[in-house]
Every structure is written in structure tokens, then in C-alpha cells.
Design a protein around this ligand. Structure first.
Ligand SMILES: [Mg+2]
Length: 208
């Protein structure tokens, strides 16, 4: 029996078609290229290479590239107005309201970004907690300690908390702890994913 539902934000609570995360990725690549003085192509290559070991670009840049000005990094990749194209989603709001369990957020983004998104969609007050990368001491999903810290605050366990994310390694990290992890794959990008997968958030009710 589930006790809590934990949601990712980007490309989970809004459709990939708005391109918000694509724009964030573009700004991340631009930031890496400028910061390291390399071409965008090389920035993409290096980022891909290192994302096997780090949950976020920020963790990589801090651990290996001497990045210290975290606020400047966040301001560059999450500028004000980044969520302006996102429309309110009253249907999602009603759906979240209809769920019989409390809901929380776990994002590898900073709170200011997540707040902006939730506010634009109109669902801020649906969640009891928002756990962001700062709260997690700049450690991100899929690290086990991140999930455990969050669940300790919620007073639940992996077995009683449904976690929904659009990034397979994050879901797999949670499942490795015995957690109920659900992949949201709106565009059918992972047809061979071997574990539970939904196309629309509304389908999550089957897993409660
Ligand atoms: Mg996401």
C-alpha cells in the first residue's frame, strides 16, 4: 500500500513538447563551453562522458572543474522567464487533487526553477515538500542517500513511496533500493525499458 507519491518536475509534470528542458540543456552546454573555453561540440562530448558518474552537470563541474559560484551557474542556466511559455494546466491540478495520497517533489534542479514551473502550471499548493539539489547538499538523483534523506523526512520507505521520473537511470536508482519506481515516457523514447512505464501521468493510478 502506497503512502506517498514523489514526483520529478521537468518533463514529468509538464509535456516535453514545450521544450523547456531542451532549452536548459542548451544553456548548460553554452555554460560549459564558455567556462572551460571549449567548443559546444566538445562541451556536449565531455558532459556525456561524465554524466555516467554524476547525477547533474553541476556535480561534475564542482568535483572536477573547480566551479564554486553556484548561484552564477544557476542564474545562467535558469534565467528568469525560462518558464514563460508554459501554460496553466487545470486538468493536471484536478488530477493531482484527486489522488488519495500526499504528494512531494524531488528535483535535481534548484528550488527557484521548480517554484517557477509549479507556479506557471498552477500546482504549487498540491505538494507537501519540495526537495531540490541545494536541500540535498548538491547531490542528485540517482544517489541512494538522496532518496533516503527525502524518505526520512516524508516518514516513508522505498516500498511505500511511488517515485515518478522521465529519466531511466533515476528510476532505476530508486528501484535498486526496493522502491516503487515508474518511468514516464511521453514520447515512447524507451520502448524496451523493462520496468513499469507510463505515457501520461494519469496512468499512475494503476500503481498506487
Ligand atoms: Mg525530468
Amino acid at each position: 500500500m502506497m503512502q506517498y507519491i514523489l514526483f520529478d518536475v521537468d518533463n514529468t509534470l509538464y509535456s516535453t513538447r514545450y521544450g523547456l528542458e531542451r532549452n536548459v540543456r542548451r544553456r548548460i552546454v553554452e555554460y560549459i563551453a564558455t567556462y572551460l573555453g571549449i567548443s559546444p561540440e566538445e562541451a556536449i562530448r565531455q558532459r556525456q562522458e561524465h554524466m555516467q558518474w554524476y547525477g547533474t552537470t553541476l556535480e561534475w563541474l564542482r568535483a572536477e572543474k573547480g566551479l564554486t559560484d553556484i548561484d552564477a551557474y544557476y542564474a545562467a542556466i535558469h534565467p528568469e522567464g525560462e518558464a514563460d511559455t508554459l501554460p496553466p494546466n487545470p486538468m493536471l491540478r484536478n488530477f493531482l487533487q484527486s489522488l488519495p495520497l500526499p504528494l512531494a517533489i524531488l528535483t535535481n534542479s534548484p528550488k527557484e526553477h521548480a517554484d517557477r514551473i509549479l507556479q506557471k502550471i498552477g500546482i504549487t499548493d498540491r505538494f507537501t515538500h519540495l526537495f531540490d539539489l541545494r536541500w540535498n547538499g548538491f547531490k542528485g538523483k540517482p544517489k541512494a542517500e538522496v532518496f533516503y534523506q527525502v524518505l526520512a523526512v516524508l516518514g516513508t520507505t522505498p516500498e511505500t513511496t511511488l517515485f515518478i521520473d522521465d529519466t531511466p537511470p533515476y528510476v532505476e536508482g530508486y528501484r535498486a533500493l526496493g522502491g516503487k519506481g515508474l518511468l514516464i515516457d511521453e514520447e515512447d523514447a524507451y520502448p524496451t525499458y523493462p520496468h513499469p512505464r507510463i505515457r501520461r501521468l494519469q496512468e499512475l493510478t494503476e500503481y498506487l
